[in-house]
Design a protein around this ligand. Sequence first.
Ligand SMILES: Nc1ncnc2c1ncn2[C@@H]1O[C@H](COP(=O)(O)OP(=O)(O)OP(=O)(O)O)[C@@H](O)[C@H]1O
Length: 513
Amino acid sequence: MGEQVGPESNRVLSIVVDGKATTLTFVPTSGSITVTSGKKRSSQLTARDVLWTEVEEGKVEFSCVLRDSKRRGSLVCLEGTLGTDDKGSASQWCEDVLQAAYAGVKRRPRFNIVINPHGGQGKARSIWTKKVEPIFKAARCTYDVIITEYSKHACEIAKNMKLDCYDAVVILSGDGLIHEIINGFAEHEDSKKAFAIPIAPIPTGSGNGTSINILGLEDGFDVHIASLNALKGKPMKADVSALTQGGKRVLSYMTQAVGLMAELDVGTENLRWMGDTRFMVGFLRGLIYMNPCPITVSMKVADQDKPRMAAALRASRPADLEDQAKSASEPNGIYQNGHTDAPPTPSFGGEIDEDGWLTFDKPFLFLYAGKGPYVGRDLMQFPVSLASDGLIDIVLQELTSRAELLRAIDGGEKGTPYWMNSSHYFKAHAYRVAPHSDKGLLTVDGESYPFEPYEVEVLPGLATFLSPTGRYASDFDFGKDRLPVQVETKPIEKSKEAEGSGPFHDLFRCCFP
Ligand SMILES: Nc1ncnc2c1ncn2[C@@H]1O[C@H](COP(=O)(O)OP(=O)(O)OP(=O)(O)O)[C@@H](O)[C@H]1O
């Protein structure tokens, strides 16, 4: 196998593919692999993109997910015969590459695959057979496949899942089915263990907000890259919100929307064929009517200072920290364990009671609360959201001019509406909403709920997802001149909710003593 001098030197494997001499050069120090066919340099990839490689009876197999010039992923499988190398050194090459390819993660994982044939434009089944299954086969995974037969079927699947059989649940759907899986896990007889099983979304829904939050805007709709993430992703703990309404409880892992942001989802169900364009159509339609949203909102606020919240996000990213090791142990910067240095102060007319609840009793265009920066491809609604800071991000949008809201569309995918003065942004431990009329809409993770009083508490780090970095992906336009020079980290008193004293913490303490 080429001239090897020591462990740091490049490793070259020579094979013959379709009669052409092909070399695969692996650089152990960087993990890069170059595939050269004839005299032409054909492809450059990293070990992370490799699915499998092995030598069997003189035949060499090498498969990977390769990005094209537009950075879209596709499955590439090379099959060749041994060139100048002997079998032993070729096998060693394959083993070295596999070690780098699966460093820190399990080879040949076992997946439970749940497919929603109804989600998005209804293409999940064919995407599975044509694109995702070939990748999992190439990677030598084992898997069971269930195609959902009715709404809420995924809840039952998760509730009854045999936990020891799987390393991850791979979900071909949009956000709705993930919501069902999380609620099914809550009903599992061993919920704690169920929630420890990571969820890996493959985007085949409409909005696919979860995939975008995990893979970023560029890759969020790429089923090949999402499949690679299912194989190679790092577990990411994520807070879940417990929402109570009329004595019933539901877990929300993503968003709760009241007003225009609920209308644009529920009111465009008939436009499903448009894909995620339907949300923009719904938004523009909402701007025509500009219906005020009749609610009282109370929040147990942890922070509402935009520059400070943005600085906390920046500090949570390894590249922005002087000490990268520190970031690994403090993934959520100043918000870890629900501590912040931000005493709640009244703003634009809110009132604080003696327990620290901030209340607004005035009409808004919408209330949007959630985890994860993106709610869709066009909108980074919660740019400073951190996966497991124990807090939910809440936006109260004031009734403002249509012109300002239209301007906010531009840059929505970069999170620039965050800086709008009429967009009031909070991080809270808990919040409550009381509608003033029965005319209105509430959506929870994109599904419709009665427009009735509800309350939300954050359950820190309950769910687990797989993500390439172990954090949310986001490309927030920080507006660096707006950030404070230094983030103060003096903690304030923890809220009762953060200490786990609410009714759902009691309930979950029963589940997870
Ligand atoms: N076989 C089925 N028949 C009818 N509905 C189903 C079936 N399987 C699942 N569903 C329902 O489909 C709904 C939509 O699912 P999903 O979230 O995957 O797609 P989406 O709404 O298009 O995407 P997103 O939530 O990302 O916008 C869910 O509420 C789920 O209960």
